[in-house]
Structure formats: structure tokens, C-alpha cells
Design a protein around this ligand. Structure first.
Ligand code: HEC
Length: 98
């Protein structure tokens, strides 16, 4: 009986792990690896979800504006991270035209 319980527990643990890692894989596709991604994950979730980022239809220039807008609203982006984050957003989430 004890062995059965262990079996069940590890089964649950393993399926949890699989679900968890698929979640990670998916977010890596939506948010490609690159300098700036960590800042995005740390800073840009503090007031709203990252769907704000994925669903925004912004040009590179709009991203620059929006980034400073967020900073003026209180987003704690370090001075030295601004350019990297700006580039990450423009490279991965900018649309050509609206
Ligand atoms: C201090 C809180 C705060 C933080 C931190 C923050 N935001 Fe926002 N963000 C807001 C608010 C409030 C709005 C809604 C503004 C509105 O609807 O007028 C918003 C809206 C947005 C939008 C939608 C704007 C549009 O024009 O479609 C985007 C994109 C966005 N945020 C990106 C970011 C990014 C990228 C970061 C990280 C650098 C970030 N936010 C961090 C407060 C924040």
C-alpha cells in the first residue's frame, strides 16, 4: 500500500513537471531568449500581465514611447537596462505599421 502511494505521488510529481516544462517552452517561444528578457519578466509584470506586451500592436517608435511611459508610471527599469529592453521589445514585439 505504501509502495502504491509512492507510485501515485511520483506520478503526480512527474506530470506536474511535464506540464511545468511545457509552460516554460511556450513562454520561451513567445518571449525569445535575448538580452532584456529577464528585465521584462521582472519589471513588466508588476502592474499588469505580460499579455499587455504580447497583445500590443506597437511600432518600434511606439515601444520606445511606451517604455518611457511605463517608467514614468513607476516601472523600476534601471537606467542601464533601458536601451537593452527597448531593443528587445522592438526586435520581438514591434509591428511594421499599425
Ligand atoms: C507601475 C506600473 C506599471 C509597470 C511596472 C508597467 N506598466 Fe505597462 N501599464 C501600466 C498601466 C497603468 C497601463 C494602462 C495604461 C492605459 O491603459 O492607459 C499599462 C499599459 C501597458 C501597455 C499597453 C499600452 C498600449 O498603448 O497598448 C503596454 C504595451 C505596457 N503597459 C507595457 C509595459 C512594459 C513593457 C513594462 C515593463 C517595462 C510595463 N508595461 C510595466 C502600468 C505599468
Amino acid at each position: 500500500m505504501k509502495r502504491f502511494a509512492t507510485w501515485i505521488t511520483s506520478g503526480i510529481a512527474i506530470s506536474g513537471l511535464i506540464l511545468f516544462s511545457t509552460g516554460i517552452t511556450q513562454s520561451q517561444e513567445i518571449f525569445p531568449a535575448g538580452q532584456g528578457r529577464n528585465t521584462l519578466f521582472l519589471v513588466c509584470v508588476q502592474c499588469h500581465s505580460l499579455s499587455r506586451v504580447t497583445e500590443a500592436k506597437l511600432t518600434a517608435a511606439d515601444w520606445e514611447f511606451t517604455l518611457y511611459d511605463m517608467i514614468s508610471r513607476g516601472a523600476p527599469v534601471r537606467e542601464e537596462d533601458i536601451d537593452t529592453l527597448k531593443k528587445y521589445l522592438a526586435d520581438n514585439f514591434a509591428v511594421e505599421t499599425k
